[in-house]
Design a binder for this molecule. Structure first.
Ligand SMILES: *[C@@H]1O[C@H](CO)[C@@H](O)[C@H](O)[C@H]1NC(C)=O
Length: 223
């Protein structure tokens, strides 16, 4: 549709595409291009991979604070159980000019009950993710960058399980792809794997746990 429209505009007004007619929309900007990193800072000397990106080309309502929480509900996650939360906030630099900023929100698997499930997850371990938004003036994609991992229980200080970065990403992605819904919203989600943003291996990684270097880009459309 848009490509066709652009061609029509180009045919009628060959000068028109030189100046943008509407706000530019991109999926994301590579953090490294703006001095940022695809690893967050876990405060331990290492970082966790930002291994899932919710594309800036998703429906705008998905990319707000309330929007990502509702989408997370649709995948079986909730805002974390605050009372049981023992981990410290982590920070990330998405190369958008905002520098290192704390996570916006942390979301945990809810085990089928939004009210007590996340507390249960905190006690027994499970999947969780932290969220940052790429919205600084120099790379304003609006994309959400997620650090996803599968962790042990609270008694193990929320350590990541072996292979927990890859496992966490794959669990979240398989819950997301296709049609999901929560509240008044139904989502249609597609996934694409991206290499080159993140080096494979365990260099610089929190807990020294290796990951495969794949970042999965999710495009989430409200239908
Ligand atoms: C992305 O890579 C993971 C890990 O290799 C794989 O399990 C998954 O099927 C891939 N997804 C897509 C959309 O290619």
């Amino acid at each position: 549709m848009h490509a066709g429209l652009n061609l029509l505009v180009l045919a009628l007004f060959p000068f028109a595409l030189a100046t943008p007619l509407a706000k530019r929309a991109v999926a994301y900007y590579a953090p490294s291009a703006g001095g940022g990193s695809e690893l967050d800072d876990a405060g331990s000397g290492g970082g966790e991979p930002l291994n899932v990106i919710i594309s800036g080309l998703s429906s705008p309502d998905v990319l707000t604070d309330d929007g990502i929480v509702n989408f997370a509900h649709a995948l079986g996650y909730s805002k974390e159980c605050l009372d049981k939360h023992s981990g410290a906030a982590q920070s990330a630099n998405l190369g958008d000019g905002n520098g290192w900023v704390d996570q916006l929100i942390e979301i945990r698997e809810d085990y089928g009950s939004s009210s007590v499930g996340t507390c249960l997850e905190s006690l027994v371990g499970g999947n969780h993710f932290r969220v940052w938004r790429q919205n600084g003036a120099s790379a304003d994609s609006g994309a959400l960058f997620l650090a996803v991992s599968k962790e042990k229980s609270a008694t193990d200080n929320h350590d990541i399980v072996a292979n927990g970065y890859n496992i966490g990403r794959n669990l979240l992605v398989s819950a997301a792809v296709g049609k999901t819904s929560y509240g008044d919203y139904t989502y249609s989600t597609t996934a694409e794997n991206i290499t080159g943003l993140l080096a494979a291996g365990s260099d610089g990684l929190n807990h020294g746990i290796a990951q495969d270097g794949i970042v999965t880009l999710l495009t989430v459309t409200i239908v």
